[in-house]
Design a protein around this ligand. Structure first.
Ligand code: COA
Length: 417
């Protein structure tokens, strides 16, 4: 029996214990801090230590989502970890997460990859699994976890970050109900961002990647708009908020303008003063209020779209329940999806479970020398039979951490401060 209502029932974020202030990075690189803060829209970026890898971030986020929304691990029948920063060419991050969260053996577990689209790919697979009725009342856990690494002294350096967002998907969602009928897809082979198997750092043609992102947005929008009854769902005027993939905060502004241009059917120029004003007002109303978490965490690749969505849901008031939002995901290489969803009845009562600000307030601010030392130490963290990693070196709190690789097998362990 098919299921008509599917959506997000629970959500949690977990990020590294340290961050770097963007002004400190700018001064160290001889760049005007306004370029990073106003030009890119970033205030800070999360910096993971060698013990905080994709697995440990995903475990902590999954743990929080289940605990804060009171979901028993036995209710989970599918686990998908979307990531660009897998830790093995073969073994999925999901198997480590499955073990640490105590999920059932009859829970299917996979890793989904398509650069920053991986989390959304896992989410749509999970929603389809539930919609077909094969979940038989069980829920799916989707975790978008990544470490965005471009390297020291690269143009991408100020657009790094790390973190994981866990989403529980169910047929009785407490937060957001997806529209199963109106959606847009887009795929095109481009070399805008990639990471060869031998490299820890991503390669990117940054400005080209922005152009590919915007073209994919227009393509996914056109596909969504071609669906029957799309006219009732797609127009921006009827949307309460628009969420986009946020590799850096300013990207959401470029995306919202292209979103409007898709609807107008043409690109805007300086001569379109009235329309540009409309777009700017729309950005202030529908997009910028929900970018606070992205500005302080930085780029978390496949989870960054959901960080903006979480910022909205943690603040959502009762008056917004039942309203529609758009959710646009982009993954370099490239692929994109545009989905529409409605704020669930009662969502306003769930905000306190979502708020990650308490966790973020406990982060320690690094100076640039410490940040550079952590980046260098991370380069050798995956050496086989290397020195065992010690979370106390990096002043980490209690949690499950990566402890080094022995006999070619990654070691994880609970660290109790
Ligand atoms: C994003 C990226 C391309 C920026 O690269 P860059 O060439 O160093 O930066 P730019 O010169 O384009 O400057 C960035 C912004 O800051 C603005 N800026 C520059 N100096 C400034 C200053 N002193 N004060 C205020 N703003 C400033 C620029 O005008 C630009 O804004 P705009 O795009 O609205 O015009 C680069 O960080 C990168 O490659 N990142 C990784 C790839 C990525 O994130 N891609 C996104 C799509 S997936």
């Amino acid at each position: 029996m098919t299921v008509r209502t599917v959506g997000i029932d629970a959500m949690a974020f977990h990020g590294p214990a340290h961050y770097l202030d963007m002004a400190d990075l700018a001064v160290a690189r001889g760049v005007d801090p306004a370029k990073y803060i106003e030009g890119l829209g970033q205030m800070a970026m999360a910096v993971p230590t060698p013990c905080e890898d994709t697995v440990s971030l995903a475990i902590a986020a999954g743990d929080k989502a289940l605990a804060r929304f009171e979901i028993d691990p036995s209710e989970i029948g599918m686990l998908a970890v979307g990531t660009e920063t897998g830790v093995d060419h073969s073994k999925p991050v999901a198997t480590y997460v499955h073990e640490h969260l105590g999920l059932a053996t009859n829970c299917r577990s996979v890793e989904t990859k398509h650069a920053c689209l991986g989390g959304s790919a896992g989410l749509t697979a999970a929603m389809d699994w539930i919609a077909t009725g094969r979940a038989r009342g069980r829920k799916a856990l989707v975790i978008a976890a990544d470490i965005a690494r471009y390297g020291l002294h690269t143009p991408g350096e100020p657009t790094q970050g790390a973190g994981a967002i866990a989403l529980v998907v169910s047929e009785r969602p407490r937060l957001l109900e997806y529209n199963p009928d109106i959606y847009g897809d887009y795929t095109r082979q481009v070399m805008d961002f990639w990471r060869p198997l031998y490299s820890r750092y991503a390669f990117t043609d940054g400005h080209y990647s922005i152009a590919c992102y915007l073209e994919a947005l227009a393509g996914a929008w056109a596909d969504a708009a071609s669906k029957p009854n799309a006219a009732r769902q797609v127009p921006i005027a009827g949307l309460d908020a628009c969420f986009y993939h946020v590799p850096f905060v300013k990207m959401a502004k470029k995306a919202h303008r292209r979103h409007w241009e898709a609807e107008f059917g043409r690109t805007l120029s300086m001569d379109d003063a009235a329309l540009l004003e409309q777009v700017a007002a729309s950005f202030a109303e529908r997009v910028s209020p929900w970018l606070e978490l992205n500005a302080t965490v930085g780029n978390i690749y496949t989870g960054s779209l959901f960080l903006a969505l979480m910022d909205y849901l943690r603040k959502v008031e009762e008056a917004r329940e039942g309203r529609t939002v758009s959710v646009f995901a982009y993954g370099s290489g490239c692929g994109a999806s545009l989905l529409f969803a409605r704020v669930a009845r009662g969502a306003a009562t769930q905000g306190h479970r979502l708020d990650p600000r308490q966790d973020l307030s406990l982060r320690r601010r690094l100076d640039v020398a410490e940040y550079e030392a952590i980046m260098r130490a991370s380069e050798s963290a995956d050496a086989n039979n290397g020195q065992a990693l010690d979370p106390s070196t990096w002043r980490l709190g209690a949690g499950v951490y990566y402890l080094g690789t022995q006999e070619h097998m990654r070691q994880y362990g609970q660290y109790d401060r």
